[in-house]
Design a protein around this ligand. Structure first.
Ligand code: C5P
Length: 236
């Protein structure tokens, strides 16, 4: 598969066209960013780790009946995906209070929620990705009510599959962010990445943070903890 023109460059990934109109190539970069790009660092090996972890997770989701844009891992830093039009909404699922939820509602970090909750954020760097409701989604015309339902139910389904997969390897899935797109038929399809950049993952016993909070909060070595996640998931 040829790597054709660069279509888009984000904070952590580059997106290229291929000779197949409906297949794109994603290249994972070594950049780590936090706080809407305010904190930035190049971390050698991060791209390889996130490409491998995301590929493994999408494969496990697929094996459990959850479709996504993922086609296959192509190389250490590259994967092939189906072309989708990304919906400008970040869908967050939370099992345990942490991060912005803990801050906003006064939960102590680590408090289990009585049930998983789904939140929507407007994917807009200039606005700082604000929290939005389904009514905001409607007036901003970001997605139809049917698409919102598909994302809501899809996000909970991903949580149901991933929670036990992580629990089996002594990792607690605290929360995570998903993105969805519209495929060439107009159907909602899980897209983007699922990695320690986009999830909070704690060691089930020690509560050690094994995710991007290590970088955000200067808690240790990012590649070390991402490598722990990769190997616990059965990757090399
Ligand atoms: O910061 P907050 O607590 O709202 O994040 C919830 C979850 O969504 C975390 O797992 C975080 O890593 C992820 N997230 C993300 N990209 C963002 C915002 C949050 O991957 N832009």
């Amino acid at each position: 598969m040829n790597k054709d023109q660069l279509l888009y460059e984000g904070k952590a990934k580059k997106l290229y066209a291929t000779e197949e109109p409906n297949i794109l190539l994603v290249e994972y970069k070594d950049s780590a960013t936090a706080f809407n790009g305010e904190k930035k660092e190049e971390i050698a090996g991060k791209g390889v780790l996130n490409n491998r972890i995301t590929s493994l997770i999408f494969e496990k989701l697929q094996a459990n009946g959850i479709a996504s844009h993922f086609v296959k891992q192509l190389s250490e830093t590259e994967q092939l995906v189906k072309r989708v039009e990304i919906i400008s909404i970040e869908v967050v699922v939370r099992n345990i209070a942490a991060g912005s939820l803990a801050k906003r509602l006064g939960f102590e970090e680590g408090t289990p929620l009585k049930r998983p909750i789904v939140e929507f954020y407007y994917k807009d760097d200039e606005l700082g990705d604000p929290f939005i409701t389904t009514e905001h989604i409607d007036v901003l015309e970001l997605a139809t009510p049917e698409e919102v339902t598909a994302m809501y139910e899809g996000a909970l389904a991903v949580n149901k599959v991933l929670q036990p997969i992580f629990a089996d390897v002594n990792v607690t899935l605290i929360d995570f962010k998903l993105e969805f797109g519209r495929d060439t038929n107009g159907d909602v399809l899980l897209a983007d990445e699922i990695s320690p950049d986009t999830c909070r993952l704690w060691d089930a016993k020690t509560k050690q943070k094994l995710d991007k909070d290590v970088f955000r909060r200067d808690l240790g070595n990012l590649t070390e903890v991402y490598t722990i996640i990769l190997s616990r998931l059965g990757g090399k």
